[in-house]
Design a protein around this ligand. Structure first.
Ligand code: ATP
Ligand code: MG
Length: 256
């Protein structure tokens, strides 16, 4: 089982969109997939859920009040651990436990025989939840827009990842799979320029690269989400569907 966190503390860069579409792509390839929503906004949950649920969430799982089997839900794109707003209000109390950042790793370690890939959708923040995700992960995948202020986000991430990798008690083995561009507008000069800037930053900050697959900015993506479908199911011939398929191949090739 390989655990991948999709992380960027900058908001709205396509983390949840990429988590949902990668889950769909991995599932399509026959892999057993688990999505873990650790964002109180619960966008991945809302994308995957069939209806309203008042069942247990990641909150009760992390708090030790519910078992994995009772929290995990099924979806057409794989199983998932749902989140909801209560995660924001309870985080302080949960993280009061000094061992909190290890909790997710412990919980996922019990699932190694069940899943091939776990995809964690992180919130747009650096807090104990994101540290817990990075501690539980083998890999981190960084979506970013190709814009001027995107560099700020990437520098911030490198600090957090550096801290997690720098401690032998946290996760020195954490690998950065790479940065990839989302909402990419190839007609903009700044987008093309940022390609070079990010390439350099990826090398210097993470010893990794910018992935070849770029997810184009297209209304097919928000439309597919409104239809609660992965873009590959909603519009199989769209450029976004091709790009997410290529991204999945690239990621699987990199991690085996
Ligand atoms: N390739 C794309 N083309 C057009 N719109 C997109 C694309 N990817 C994502 N979006 C839209 O951008 C918005 C933000 O995407 P998403 O929720 O995936 O980002 P996020 O990084 O998870 O946000 P947050 O930081 O709030 O969790 C959504 O409305 C989504 O539909
Ligand atoms: Mg999100």
């Amino acid at each position: 089982m390989k655990v991948i966190s999709i992380f960027n503390q900058k908001g709205g860069v396509g983390k949840s969109t990429s988590a949902g579409n990668l889950m769909a792509e991995f599932t399509k390839r026959g892999h057993a997939v688990l999505g873990v929503d650790i964002d109180p906004q619960a966008h991945l949950t809302k994308f995957l859920a069939c209806g309203e649920s008042d069942g247990a969430t990641i909150c009760e799982l992390l708090g030790g009040e519910a078992k994995f089997i009772d929290v995990a839900q099924g979806s057409k794109y794989g199983d998932y651990i749902p989140s909801d707003r209560s995660l924001a209000t309870r985080l302080g109390a949960l993280a009061d436990d000094p061992a909190f950042v290890f909790r997710l790793r412990e919980l996922l370690a019990e699932q190694t025989d069940t899943y091939d890939y776990v995809i964690i959708d992180c919130p747009p923040a650096v807090n104990q939840l994101t540290v817990a995700a990075l501690v539980a992960s083998d890999y981190v995948l960084i979506p970013t827009e190709a814009e001027y202020f995107s560099m700020d986000g990437v520098c911030e991430i490198s600090r957090t990842i550096g801290q997690v990798r720098g401690s032998k008690f946290l996760n020195p083995a954490l690998k950065v799979l790479g940065i990839f561009f989302t909402r990419y507008r190839s007609n903009l000069t700044i987008a093309r320029d940022m390609g070079e800037v990010m390439e350099q930053a990826a090398k210097e900050l993470f010893g990794s690269e910018v992935l070849r697959s770029r997810i184009p900015n297209t209304c097919d993506v928000p439309e597919s989400q409104a239809a609660k479908k992965a873009v590959a199911e909603y519009k199989p011939t769209s450029k976004a569907a091709t790009a997410y398929s290529a991204l999945a191949d690239e990621v699987l090739e990199a991690i085996g």
